[in-house]
Ligand binder design. Structure first.
Ligand SMILES: Cc1cc2nc3c(=O)[nH]c(=O)nc-3n(C[C@H](O)[C@H](O)[C@H](O)COP(=O)(O)OP(=O)(O)OC[C@H]3O[C@@H](n4cnc5c(N)ncnc54)[C@H](O)[C@@H]3O)c2cc1C
Length: 376
């Protein structure tokens, strides 16, 4: 048996970022089912921070988190992001631009000629992109470096991770929680943080806590060769405002997604042939890139709450049981803000400086809002 003050289930970016913060306040132990941390969603992200995704609370946490990434050159580099619209999707661009501009002064409307200069492969003009929103201040994150950084921060304060420890049962002890992993070892702590990503509702069920209705959705990425001779390194992270395509350069190749959100069970997500074909088809529809070979492909789960705002907070029905879940498609770019909020909610430190001014309070992200209303 090993004891801790804070027991965290899940060694993804959410669990490890929280662990790094909580380690300043007591003994932290992270239990990770897989043999390595970051094996699931956190290791399958395209790792970009930008304002085009999520609602107001997500944009606010994205804004708050930027300083953490920018303070360490190993974690992020500046890279631009471009949303484009064709004739049909043009009306959506203004609303998106207004929402993004609430958190950034850098969002520039661009016309077809500017789009062609930024990304020469995009089809522009009649039938193609006619207008866009360019943000030259996006951040390309290094997910691996980020996971290593928070794990290092946690260890420096005495915290530890046990990989290969899938939690098999959870029971309330009166003053806290006793967790048994699949090796048979038990671990106890007064506070149990549920950062199990797509599995977080299952962890709750194991503990006898009401689930919050998390929805894992699969997303597919294909990796293709760029056109011969094309200088792609400076291309932006390009998204259709219609929400059916994105593409970004990485290590000399193009990562492409059909922006799929396919319902899935918590699992080791794998790409399906249909979504791979869709990615290639959308690439050829929106750009002049011909898909001659798919060098690599993968899929990962993006797990959403009902209102698509990530959640952090104690369960009302189970003292000491803390939710940290529903990071959706923005778990990396919001991780520093979420971890700072977790520290405040669990260790009682002041609410992260500036986060309330950006519109995010404990109530915004608390799990209470996700509980099913009492029925008849
Ligand atoms: C294709 C794709 C692209 C993305 N792009 C971006 C992006 O550009 N920017 C961005 O910010 N976000 C992006 N995301 C989203 C981001 O990856 C997630 O929001 C984030 O990784 C979620 O982190 P997590 O720690 O909650 O989940 P995970 O990384 O899945 O971690 C949960 C961990 O819990 C463990 N676990 C589960 N059950 C148990 C158990 N019983 N016992 C012990 N451990 C358990 C799992 O093994 C897992 O390691 C993307 C996601 C995908 C799939």
């Amino acid at each position: 048996m090993s004891d801790a003050d804070f027991l965290i289930i899940g060694g993804g970016i959410a669990g490890l970022s929280a662990a790094a913060r909580l380690a300043a306040h007591g003994r932290v132990l992270v239990l990770e089912a897989e043999d390595a941390t970051g094996y699931h969603s956190s290791g399958r992200s395209v790792a970009f921070s930008h304002y085009g995704i999520g609602g107001e609370a997500v944009r606010a946490m994205t804004a708050w988190s930027r300083a953490f990434f920018q303070d360490d050159p190993a974690l992020a580099r500046t890279a631009s992001s471009l949303y484009f619209a064709d004739e049909e999707s043009r009306p959506r661009l203004d609303a998106l631009g207004a929402a993004m501009s609430e958190f950034s002064d850098s969002i520039e409307p661009v016309d077809a000629a500017a789009i062609a200069r930024l990304c020469p492969a995009l089809r522009t003009g009649a039938g193609g992109a006619i207008a866009g929103l360019h943000d030259p201040t996006g951040l390309k994150l290094d997910a691996d470096a980020l996971l290593q950084r928070v794990a290092r921060d946690m260890r420096a304060k005495g915290g530890s991770v046990l990989p290969g420890r899938r939690v098999a049962s959870i029971e309330a002890t009166g003053g806290g929680w006793r967790v048994r992993d699949e090796t048979g070892e038990t671990h106890e702590a007064p506070v149990l943080v549920n950062a199990a990503g797509a599995w977080a509702d299952r962890i709750a069920a194991m503990a006898g806590v009401d689930p919050i209705g998390l929805a894992p959705r699969r997303r597919t990425i294909i990796v293709v060769d760029p056109p011969a001779g094309a200088e792609i390194a400076g291309w932006p992270f390009v998204h259709s405002v219609a929400g059916d395509f994105y593409m970004l350069p990485e290590a000399g190749r193009l990562l492409v997604s059909p922006v799929d959100e396919v319902e899935d069970d918590p699992c080791d997500a794998a790409p399906e042939d249909y979504d791979i074909a869709l990615a290639a088809d959308r690439l050829e529809h929106y750009t002049t890139v011909a898909v001659t070979r798919i060098a690599h492909r993968w899929a990962g789960l993006r797990t959403f709450t009902g209102d698509r705002v990530p959640t952090a907070g104690f369960a009302a029905d189970a003292p000491g049981f803390f939710w940290l879940a529903g990071q959706g498609g923005y778990g990396l770019q919001t991780a520093p803000a979420m971890a700072a909020a977790v520290e405040s909610l669990i260790a009682g430190t002041p609410w992260p400086d500036g986060l309330a001014q950006l519109g995010v309070t404990a109530a915004t992200i608390g799990p209470e809002r996700l509980r099913a209303p009492a029925c008849c």
